[in-house]
Design a protein around this ligand. Structure first.
Ligand SMILES: Nc1ncnc2c1ncn2[C@@H]1O[C@H](COP(=O)(O)OP(=O)(O)OP(=O)(O)O)[C@@H](O)[C@H]1O
Length: 300
């Protein structure tokens, strides 16, 4: 089996930096300074790729707060800004303007070293392609973030994670000896081992069959309910989003719906609407760069 380790994984795990991490700095508005129950907050989050005629407005001043101990899904059509949102929230990509606060700390004001430390201590990552290190056992992969940070393993926590994720019998196996679902469970344990303030999951079920997907989503949900974890997950799948406590729908760099206790049909309808928005925007003449956006739908 070929296992791809992306630059993103290495950055996330070890803290190497992708070039040009310096963000434009302005002070955070007083009202935005972290409330204790908020794990992650975006304030006026704006990301523009390129400039002039070729500028792409991936995020258009997004304001949103993510509560601690909640599972949030981010959905939207292709190109709507989901990955950009996840990457800027996680400090993997710079912002053009605006702020990201993790546990009340403005990460856009950190230098590269501070950002590396914050990512190591406070953020866990789960990727679509698992991104386990192929030459290390499941157990070694799980403790890798602590090994790299030269920190001791909390054995009681490790035991809880291994039991919760049903990995007791698989710890000495290499990733190539595990099913996709088992590999993703190892990746979840790796993301949780350092008890991060927040876990970012990028299409965690994108490479799994429906049975393994349901299993992985069940574990993510349990880690929120039983372990108090905060999870922010990008997904294309309305079924996956329906496992979350909340779903945000993006269209053209804005949040167009904010749904509590999302349901599958409801999410599919909202996605169709978001695609409709995107199609109608692309169909209009391109003289204006400011695209009007419908108000955010608050659905309970
Ligand atoms: N490095 C980049 N350079 C230029 N444009 C980019 C870059 N990364 C993303 N974009 C553009 O920004 C917009 C948002 O992209 P993003 O990847 O965040 O969308 P997405 O909703 O995650 O899409 P998908 O579901 O297809 O992954 C798109 O128009 C995309 O082409």
């Amino acid at each position: 089996m070929v296992c791809f380790i992306t630059l993103e994984t290495i950055t996330a795990l070890k803290g190497f930096e992708i070039g040009g991490m310096m963000a434009k700095r302005t002070s955070v508005p007083e009202t935005a300074l972290g409330l204790p129950h908020v794990a992650v907050e975006a304030v006026g989050l704006t990301k523009v790729y390129g400039s002039g005629n070729t500028a792409v407005h991936a995020l258009r001043g997004v304001d949103v707060a993510f509560e601690r101990g909640k599972f949030t899904a981010i959905m939207g059509p292709s190109g709507s800004g989901k990955s950009t949102m996840l990457h800027t929230l996680a400090g993997l990509d710079t912002v053009t303007s605006g702020h990201v606060l993790i546990s009340g700390k403005d990460i856009t004001a950190l230098n590269d070293n501070q950002l590396t430390l914050l990512r190591r201590r406070s953020i866990g990552f789960i990727f679509q392609s698992f991104n386990l290190l192929p030459m290390f056992t499941a157990e070694q992969n799980i403790v890798m973030p602590l090994t790299l940070a030269n920190k001791k393993v909390d054995r009681a926590w490790m035991h809880t994670l291994v039991q919760t994720l049903g990995l007791q019998e698989r710890l000495q196996h290499l990733p190539s000896e595990l099913s996709g679902g088992q590999q993703q469970r190892v990746a979840i344990a790796r993301a949780l081992i350092s008890k991060p303030a927040v876990v970012f999951a990028d299409e965690p079920t994108g490479n799994l069959d429906s049975v393994s997907s349901a299993e992985v989503l069940g574990f993510l949900k349990r880690s929120v309910r039983e372990l108090g974890q905060t999870i922010i997950m990008v997904t294309h799948d309305a079924v996956a989003a329906a496992h979350a406590d909340r779903a945000l729908v993006f269209a053209d760099g804005n949040i167009i719906a904010d749904v509590h206790e999302p349901q599958v049909e409801q999410m599919n309808t909202l996605l169709l609407q978001a695609r409709g928005n995107a199609v109608s925007e692309y169909a209009r003449p391109t003289t204006s760069t400011q695209i009007p956006v419908p108000p955010v739908a608050q659905t309970r």
